[in-house]
Design a protein around this ligand. Structure first.
Ligand code: DHB
Ligand code: FE
Length: 288
């Protein structure tokens, strides 16, 4: 049986990818950021997940305004790093898991989540930067990836609570996949940041740290945060945090926090990163 063994959340700032690709990770500005990911790189080597369900958002790179799926599930054999205007990042092709993805698509429909099925999708920094942070520089990613792209760029974006419910349904779907697979779920984006307008540069460490605290055991409070509150408190791009709620909900009621990191700033963004483990024996989200 497939099992979700851990959840990982991280910011996905594109400048982190550029610094990584250009060998600047050791520079004074970047070192504290990359140091925050040393722990997880070692941990991932030990965990050896088979598949990552990677919740992220496309930044009008692959999904343009002509089609705006709220939730898009990557069901393809592979996904190419996208050209975001400066050429594609020099990172390996992302290999999918079409069998588990197809199973998820079917089970999610039965659970009344009708996801857009993507049989072709290029993947931007929202997905590739977290892979670089967790696995470093590699010739091939050591894991299969099922991309789940969430619309946080065009209104109407989904609510945080809807994302929570999707995470619960994903847990349900994974648990009924017969193959023995070690599955992780990741939520990317955030934390507070605003890239445009009069409040460009906004960062709110109080909000971010309360969110990190709540992620462990005050999730009912996080579920209630409205899109307007994300906008007001965490800036126009802080809404990316709703993708962390998909990850958290898929872990069930009780979790243990294995690692937490917070750093301000990287580019325009407050960088947050957590690693969570579902508590063994805890009732799953669906069974609760
Ligand atoms: C930045 C952060 C993001 O999450 C993003 O998608 C684009 C830019 C930034 O901090 O510059
Ligand atoms: Fe982003």
């Amino acid at each position: 049986m497939a099992r979700i063994t851990a959840g990982v959340a991280t910011s996905h700032v594109p400048a982190i990818g550029a610094a990584f690709d250009m060998g600047k990770a050791g520079e004074e500005y970047w070192k504290p950021v990359f140091d925050g990911y040393e722990w997880v790189k070692q941990w991932e080597l030990e965990e050896k997940p088979d598949v990552v369900i990677l919740c992220y958002n496309d930044h009008a790179t692959s999904l343009m305004l002509d089609v705006v799926p709220t939730f898009a599930l990557g069901c393809a054999e592979e996904f190419q790093p996208a050209d975001e205007g400066w050429g594609a990042r020099p990172v390996p092709t992302v290999i999918g898991h079409p069998e588990l993805a197809a199973h998820m698509a079917e089970q999610l429909v039965l659970d009344e989540f009708d996801l857009t099925i993507m049989n072709h999708m290029d993947v931007d920094h929202g997905l590739t930067v977290p892979l670089s942070l967790m696995f470093g520089k590699v010739d091939a990613w050591p894991v299969r990836v099922i991309p789940l792209a969430v619309n946080v760029t065009q209104f109407p974006t989904p609510s945080g609570n809807r994302c929570w419910m999707l995470g619960e349904a994903i847990a349900h779907a994974v648990e009924s996949f017969p193959e023995d697979l070690n599955v992780q779920i990741w939520g990317t984006g955030g934390m507070s940041h605003q890239l445009q307008g009069p409040r460009a540069g906004l960062i709110n460490p109080e909000f971010d740290n309360a969110f990190l605290d709540g992620l462990v055991d005050e999730t009912d409070e996080l579920r209630k945060i409205t899109r307007l509150e994300y906008l007001r408190e965490s800036g126009s791009e802080g809404i990316e945090l709703i993708m962390w709620l998909i990850m958290r909900a898929a872990l069930g009621k009780d979790v243990e926090q294995l690692h937490r990191f917070y750093h301000v700033p990287a580019s325009n963004t407050a960088v947050g990163h957590v690693v969570l483990r579902p508590v063994a024996g805890a009732p799953s989200a669906q069974a609760a």
